[in-house]
Write a protein that binds this ligand. Sequence first.
Ligand SMILES: Nc1ncnc2c1ncn2[C@@H]1O[C@H](COP(=O)(O)OP(=O)(O)OP(=O)(O)O)[C@@H](O)[C@H]1O
Ligand SMILES: O=P(O)(O)OC[C@H]1O[C@H](OP(=O)(O)OP(=O)(O)O)[C@H](O)[C@@H]1O
Ligand SMILES: O=C(O)c1cccnc1
Length: 475
Amino acid sequence: MQHTFATDLTSALYTDMYQLSMAHSHFNYNRHNEQVAFDYFYRKQPYNGGFAVFSGLGEVLMLLQEFKFSSNDIDWLHNTGFKEEFLEFLRGFRFRGTVYSMREGEVVFPQEPLVRVQGNLVEAQLVETVLLNYLNFQSLIATKAARIKLVARGATLSEFGLRRAQGLGGMQATRAAITGGFTSTSNVLGAKVYGVPAVGTIAHSYIQSYKEELAAFRDFAKVNPQGCVLLVDTYDTLKSGVPNAITVAKEMEQQGHKLMGIRLDSGDLAYLAKQARQQLDAAGLSYVKIVVSNQLDEHIVKSLFDQGAPIDIFGVGTSLVTGKPDAALDGVYKLSMANNEPRLKLSENIKKTTLPGLKQVYRYHDSAGNFIADAVALDGECAPAMIQHPYEPDKSMQLKGYQSEPLLQPVMQHGSLLMKPTPILEVADYAASRLSRLTDEYKRFENPHIYKVGLSKKLYDLRTELRNKYKKDSL
Ligand SMILES: Nc1ncnc2c1ncn2[C@@H]1O[C@H](COP(=O)(O)OP(=O)(O)OP(=O)(O)O)[C@@H](O)[C@H]1O
Ligand SMILES: O=P(O)(O)OC[C@H]1O[C@H](OP(=O)(O)OP(=O)(O)O)[C@H](O)[C@@H]1O
Ligand SMILES: O=C(O)c1cccnc1
């Protein structure tokens, strides 16, 4: 077998084997035209936070449109024990399902369906893995980016993570970082694909390759005067790096150029930023920006500003693109309907019992437009005036008088997209506008307020009825 780079990830083989084995079985028993619905939802907020940003939908929809097995894929599948008729079926297979979804960039909460896939048993099942792979990862990273943006006080945020990303996930991480509020990236292919500026400074190696720091700065600035940012911490930030950067900035002025910035990448970033700012201002270089990097995350960014650090630009890599310290968003894809009957998955833990039937999610706002609560209702129900706590029968919340909006909208019908893919910068604007309507107590990092997601009485009762039925049947 020849080794190749794993770059073609649009194949329908980008899935788990059990999806194909189940499809094989459904096909064998002629069940592949039975109609079903699945919900995508997650159970736990990432980073112990109070919200998540839904990301990855645009790419999932493009993949669903293209979802097919090539002749080469079918040839390979011949070695896996599937029947010939099934392989012929897969050869002509296309996703012709219908998808309802929240808008990409939506601010979302645990337990509520973010996406609903309706279609036949085979098509709706076969797309599970790729859908989860894209939505879980990008939502994890977009949420991290949004958390950093919340505390960045308007500073520019650049994504620097490609070298530390989980392999090819670096591309998706760039996309998700933009969704959450980063406006540029060091990832050149990412910048080209997603239409944002590619930015960069200098590595230590460039400066080390010269005998003297000043000569390195001079040469670099001569060839790259536009957007030039000099890395000042290779030897001694305040005694050598910043003074040499000032010398070069003055020389650039004589050539009609302006040094854009200096970058701090080690040491006490608050102290060094303050000292560097003083030196730059004293030299008449108040326009030179201060860029910082080095294992930043939302907590360090917040702390640096709390310490009064005069920072203009943050370059964030590892924590952002790996979703540190969370390994993954726990999003799942669960069957809610089969052959026109609502279905659920039982669990000893009521929190893990799924919500049956086709559903809609309503979001309620107060008169200022702030989000109050979400209701999960059965499809076709109006926005309920009261929601039940999902697990505690005695708790409910009155929502009479609040405006509401349905969040799940059709985005794909019988395999065809119902609208053009939204450009990623528009998705980012949408995420920012929605987050601005979530009040601060849900956005703080420590013990955030828990946003209420309740059930309509009809949905609550349906779940109870089905739980009782299945429990009885299993006695
Ligand atoms: N004033 C500050 N307040 C809070 N956190 C800071 C401050 N200054 C730096 N940090 C963070 O502290 C951590 C310091 O890490 P580390 O000790 O590895 O850096 P360093 O020794 O300065 O750099 P290096 O090892 O790369 O030379 C980084 O995550 C950095 O972003
Ligand atoms: O810390 P992160 O948030 O992941 O941000 C990216 C880091 O990657 C670079 O370091 P690296 O040591 O790889 O290269 P360098 O020699 O250019 O500093 C850069 O200097 C940052 O410190
Ligand atoms: O341009 C930079 O400064 C940069 C790019 C990637 C990672 N770290 C730094």
